[in-house]
Write a new protein. Structure first.
Lengths: 464, 494
């Protein structure tokens, strides 16, 4: 192992070691120091990855520090660090003690760091399933709430089926290409049928991970049942990881004509049904779940273009969506005390009684609706730009109209926060860690919204 | 001409900074008020500053012709999006108008009871966005301001509104948003087409004007622009958000909506939609004529049926906007300069009337026509101003609206005599409801006696300001019309 290789592996090493350390030494340490260790390790891994040049790694087969990893590891680390910061206060209020929580978050991050580095289908699959495995635990972590266990079980059962589909898809592609190594894999013309069958099955599995209609049914229940910080992490990083897996595969197996129709159907159904279903929700976490279905529909739209612009739009939207949903779920989690604050009517007047958290939630809603000058607008612009450039005019029009309808349910939350006379009693002041996380997420939303240049450049580099 | 001070950026960012500072000072209402007023005044001075510079200067390299102030900075290189601002005669007048109306709005909000600092801060933010819209020469930037405008307005109506504010504000938002998003697609399509034709991907408005758009596609793209602008305008039959939003908004909110936001739509048509798609716009002109004339007559007729004064004015406002649409549709120098003049006059007159209804509402806590009567005898000064602004709105010669409506009619008569005739009949209907309003409120018999207070110094100063402009533009509109001449020549000869 050369020094360069060690440098490239360091983010993975840091997160893995931090996870083990927290698990082993957890009982001896205070919960706040565990959070601090987790946040530091995530930040270190992210910053290190951002400033390390991409290079191959010879000593471990199936891994390389790719340009994609250089973008995604910082993104995942950012999400993990914010999740840990948000969980600190939340877990204390909910009496969720123990080192297993930060350790599991770090394990999830570890697997996420491996995923974009994979150059081998097996590693890719293992990384993806390790991410899901960590989330099965995290979702059902809150033993005091029955919904949490229920959500965990639902997620596990559906996830197992999806994992089977994914594995079968990989197996078929392997049969068609004859090797697990992505760089050596060739989609030979005589094997076209079997590879496209593999793709079809794989897309079914991925549709579950991305919660695209009709594989979205788990999403609202899991988001509702999971502890809010976990929902934040789940709705952002796990989706981005799944999208990254598709991007990696698409880079080696060029998109096939057979894929277009099913992917187009998934995209349209998700955009339309996701937004329509969200219109009728009274529970904000369920509403955000359906909204995430719709947003993944936009992602699928960009994937469908099969162009570099489309893939860049996927990555950019993934990054922006991470910031937006962390802010939204973060605000909800920091406003939840003895009980989860999840009905939209529970937020009446919060914009004035808790200005920071209410403001962050409103900002997240405005950004999710895609209104400038927030990051959500830039993301939506890029998605529809790539769709029009790729010639998907009808899909773009359907998508943009459903996006217009979505403004209604996002604004309903904003209206609840600011525009109703009766006010809910003022919530307790926000803790330092949660405040920090909320500020970081909203700063990202605003900065990307007015100055997206640097992020666009990073996305371009990641696809090189 | 590029000046040493970046006036154009300042025009946008000064109100935004003001908004932040006022927000920071929101705990002390009086400090917030005075600070907001100071920023409003500073913005007005800044807006008038270009009047003093040489506007005939020779064209410089890289500056589109006709723009005497120009700024261009790189912004999002990936898409060739630039922060490009330019000012010609049309934008200059709109910028001054925006600064003036905002001052009126700030003074009219002097007595807002709840969260006044936040209210004024949103007003200033809205002003910044509107100024940006009038100045931007990059289509992406224009769109950004076009949508960003909605956020402060959403809160102004929703938080401080009366009646059913949440319903009205969300309705307003959704209507506008649907149109805007389709316009966004059209903008992207135009950008891609221009890029494919010339190889340079840019959102710069002057460059995009040289795009060759196939006729059929042009109709769709122009349709998207027209839809978006027609909703904000609002043109018949896309107006249903408007009476609710105007009625339920607080005074300054209605003022900004009626006087400025509707003008942004007209400005968009003149600056962007018509020049970008000359063929398509010509093809759809009959449609615009029909909705404009229908609007003038129908809304005047509906206004006549209203008992709520604010709702009546809302319909009256959109009826008068029909003249703007009519002038744009004719697309001749006379008609468009009439339309632009009507934009200014409508902003002043309708704004003044909404302010006055706000004053009456504040005093009598009612906007119902039947609750008023004999105002002339009780508060003569207030009644005098009410009469002046109503006369202006009805189109009495010597006051501002007469001039612009006449120019529009003359301009339109040359190209579409039937439309001009229809609009003329509409203005007779205007006379009917205005006379009824004045008659009932000022001279009618009171159903229940209410005590009204005479105008205060603060209110008086606003009314005098507005009345001076009404009379001045009525007798001497020349200087403003001169400002429109050069840019219109350039726009119409495209």
């Amino acid at each position: 192992m050369t020094l360069t290789e060690l440098y490239c592996l360091l983010p993975i090493v840091i997160t893995g070691c931090a996870a083990l350390f927290v698990l082993l030494c957890g009982p001896l340490l205070l919960s706040s120091s565990l959070t601090a260790i987790g946040v530091t390790a995530s930040a270190a891994a992210g910053i290190w990855a951002a400033f390390t040049a991409p290079a191959p790694i010879q000593c471990i087969p199936g891994l390389a520090f790719t340009p994609l990893a250089q973008l995604l590891i910082p993104l995942f680390s950012f999400a993990a660090a914010l999740t840990l910061l948000l969980s600190h206060g939340y877990n204390e209020r909910r009496i969720l003690k123990g080192e297993e929580y930060p350790a599991t978050v770090l394990f999830a991050l570890f697997a996420m760091c491996v995923l974009p580095c994979a150059t081998n289908m097996l590693i890719l699959f293992l990384a993806l399933e390790s991410v899901s495995f960590a989330f099965y635990i995290l979702v059902s972590m809150d033993l005091n709430r029955a919904e949490s266990g229920e959500a965990g079980l639902k997620y596990l059962l559906m996830g197992a089926v999806a994992a089977a589909f994914t594995a079968f898809g990989f197996a078929l592609i392997f049969t068609g290409s004859g090797t697990l190594a992505l760089s050596a894999a060739l989609a030979r013309p005589e094997n076209r049928a079997i590879i496209s069958a593999g793709w079809g099955v794989l897309i079914l599995g991925m549709a579950f991970k991305l919660s695209l209609v009709p594989a979205h049914l788990w999403t609202p229940d899991v988001y509702q049942g999971a502890p809010s910080p976990v929902a934040a992490f789940l709705s952002t990083s796990s989706k981005v990881a799944a999208a990254a897996l598709l991007l990696i595969l698409l880079g080696h197996f060029p998109p096939m004509a057979e894929l277009r129709a099913p992917l187009a159907a998934l995209s349209v159904l998700s955009m339309v049904l996701g937004n329509l279903a969200a219109l009728r929700q009274t529970n904000i976490k369920r509403m955000l779940a359906y909204s995430s279905v719709a947003h993944m529909g936009y992602l699928a739209l960009a994937l469908l273009t099969g162009s570099r612009d489309g893939y860049a739009a996927v990555l950019l939207y993934g990054a922006i969506y991470t910031a937006m949903n962390l802010a939204a779920f973060g605000a909800i989690s920091s406003l939840s005390f003895e009980e989860e604050r999840e009905q939209i009517t529970d937020f009446t007047g919060i914009g004035f009684t808790a200005p920071v958290r209410g403001g962050v939630l409103a900002l997240a809603m405005i950004s999710l609706a895609g209104i400038p000058p927030t990051a959500g607008f830039i993301g939506k612009f890029f998605i529809f730009y790539s769709a029009l450039k790729g010639g998907l005019i009808a899909l773009a029009i359907v998508g943009i109209l459903s996006a217009a309808a979505s403004a209604y349910f996002y604004l309903r939350v904003v209206a609840q926060l600011y525009m109703h006379r009766s006010e809910a009693p003022a919530p307790k002041p926000v803790g330092f860690a949660e405040g920090l996380a909320l500020c970081a997420a909203s700063a990202c939303i605003l900065i990307i919204g007015v100055y997206p240049g640097p992020l666009l450049e990073m996305v371009e580099t990641a696809l090189r | 001409m590029t000046s040493l001070i970046p006036i154009l950026s300042l025009l946008i960012f000064l109100p935004l900074v003001g908004a932040l500072l006022v927000f920071a000072l929101r705990q002390s209402a009086s400090a917030a008020r005075w600070l907001a007023l100071a920023f409003g005044a500073a913005e007005f001075v800044l807006a008038c500053a270009p009047l003093a510079i040489d506007r005939q200067g020779t064209a410089q390299v890289g500056v589109p012709t006709g723009f005497f102030l120009y700024q261009d900075h790189g912004w999002i290189d990936r898409f060739g999006i630039r922060f490009t601002l330019g000012m010609d005669g049309i934008s200059l007048v709109m910028v001054i108008l925006t600064a003036f109306i905002t001052i009126v709005a700030i003074i009219a909000s002097w007595k807002v009871k709840e969260r006044q600092g936040l209210y004024l801060s949103l007003l200033l933010a809205l002003q910044g966005a509107v100024q940006g819209l009038f100045l931007s020469l990059d289509l992406f930037l224009f769109y950004l301001f076009w949508e960003a405008m909605l956020i402060p307005m959403l809160f102004l109506i929703g938080v401080w509104g009366t009646g059913r504010p949440v319903y009205s504000t969300i309705k307003f938002f959704l209507y506008t948003f649907v149109g805007s998003l389709l316009m966004l697609l059209a903008i992207i399509a135009l950008y891609l087409m221009h890029g494919a034709q010339t190889g340079s991907y840019t959102f710069a408005l002057p460059a995009l004007m040289h795009t060759t758009v196939p006729y059929q596609l042009g109709l769709w793209l122009f349709g998207a622009f027209l839809l978006s602008f027609a909703i904000k305008f609002p043109l018949f039959p896309l107006h249903t958000w408007q009476p609710d939003a105007y009625c339920d908004a607080p005074v300054a909110g209605t003022l900004m909506l009626a006087s400025l936001l509707s003008k942004t739509a007209a400005y968009g048509l003149i600056r962007i939609a018509y020049p970008l798609f000359p063929e398509a716009s010509r093809a759809l002109t009959p449609l615009v004529y029909v909705v404009a004339v229908l609007g003038i007559c129908y809304f005047a007729w509906v206004a006549f049926a209203q008992r709520d004064m604010k709702r009546m004015l809302a319909y009256s406002s959109v009826s008068h906007m029909g003249f703007v649409a009519l002038g744009i549709a004719a697309w001749s120098p006379v008609a468009v300069s009439g339309a632009l003049m009507q934009m200014v006059n409508h902003a002043i007159t309708t704004g003044a009337l909404f302010v006055m209804v706000g004053m009456l509402d504040e005093r009598a806590e009612s906007r119902d026509l039947s609750d008023f009567g004999g105002v002339w005898g009780k508060v003569p000064v207030l009644a005098f101003f009410f009469l002046i602004f109503n006369m202006a709105s009805a189109g009495v010669p010597g006051l501002n609206n007469f001039v612009s409506e006449l120019i529009v009619l003359v301009g339109v008569f040359k190209v579409a005599p039937a439309a001009a005739l229809g609009a003329f009949l509409g203005s007779v209907l205007t006379l009917i409801y205005t006379v009824r309003l004045v008659q009932e409120v000022l001279f009618g018999k009171e159903s229940k006696p209410t005590v009204l207070a005479e105008v205060s110094l603060r209110e008086g100063s606003v009314l005098v300001l507005l009345a001076v402009v009404v009379v001045y533009l009525g007798v001497h509109p020349g200087p403003v019309l001169d400002l429109f001449k050069a840019p219109l020549e350039l726009l119409l000869n495209k």
